[in-house]
Write a protein that binds this ligand. Structure first.
Ligand code: HEC
Ligand code: HEC
Length: 173
């Protein structure tokens, strides 16, 4: 019995120290596809596939000729490859990543947002930010994740790593 208790203490201790307790990870999985980075991060931040569910990526990739008022069309081959990457790595595939799970759970079955910034979870998390800090030239819009989240490229969006231009660390107050 004593041995068993000791063993379970050791196991629990190392799991907690690892921070990936039960496999749960903090942010979203980082981007790991060269073609996606080349084609989808020339105008803006390379949004991680785990920030939206598969149905959103299908809809977005089906309307690239009119993509947020720009033309972002690809060849059919590249479109197919990128869509496959996005769907294979979409939010519902990453139940072990906390942010993917929360974003996905916030989307109702009858809605298909094609912007991360239009998901319920995102809106809830960003509603306290004063508009002047969003529309200022250093940021522009909430779609510009990396302007405030210093570790956005790693898929980490935690409060400790938020630094809003001309405002400072979010953590401080
Ligand atoms: C020609 C420029 C251009 C290219 C190329 C482009 N985009 Fe965009 N994208 C935009 C613009 C402009 C917006 C709107 C940004 C804003 O609201 O500030 C946008 C917004 C988005 C958003 C929503 C961001 C949010 O949460 O508000 C997603 C997701 C997105 N793009 C994905 C993609 C993907 C995937 C590709 C590659 C297939 C791609 N984009 C290629 C111009 C582009
Ligand atoms: C104007 C600065 C700004 C921009 C741009 C921005 N964020 Fe945030 N974000 C924040 C702040 C501030 C918070 C913390 C809100 C709180 O919990 O009080 C936050 C919170 C978050 C959280 C929750 C983190 C947590 O630990 O609770 C996620 C996930 C997130 N942002 C993702 C994104 C993504 C993805 C984008 C781009 C599509 C983005 N953000 C754009 C400022 C920004």
């Amino acid at each position: 019995m004593k041995k068993l208790i000791l063993l379970s203490l050791l196991v629990t201790g190392s799991l907690i120290a690892d921070s990936s307790f039960l496999g749960a990870k903090r942010g979203v999985a980082p981007v790991n596809d060269k073609l996606y980075e080349k084609e989808c991060a020339s105008c803006h931040f390379a949004y991680q596939p785990g920030l939206l569910p598969g149905k959103s990526w299908v809809k977005l990739m089906g309307g690239l000729d009119n993509h947020f008022d720009t033309d972002a069309s690809l060849t059919p081959e590249d479109n197919k490859k990128i869509l496959k990457y996005l769907v294979n790595n979409s939010a519902e595939k990453f139940t072990n990543y906390k942010r993917s799970k929360k974003i996905n759970n916030s989307i109702r079955s009858d809605e298909t947002p094609i912007a991360v910034s239009q998901t319920r979870y995102f809106i809830k998390k960003h509603r306290e930010i004063k508009k002047k800090f969003i529309i200022q030239k250093e940021v522009g819009s909430l779609a510009n994740c990396a302007a405030c989240h210093t570790t956005a490229a790693k898929g980490l969006y935690g409060e400790r790593d938020i630094n809003i231009p001309n405002y400072g660390n979010w953590d401080d107050d």
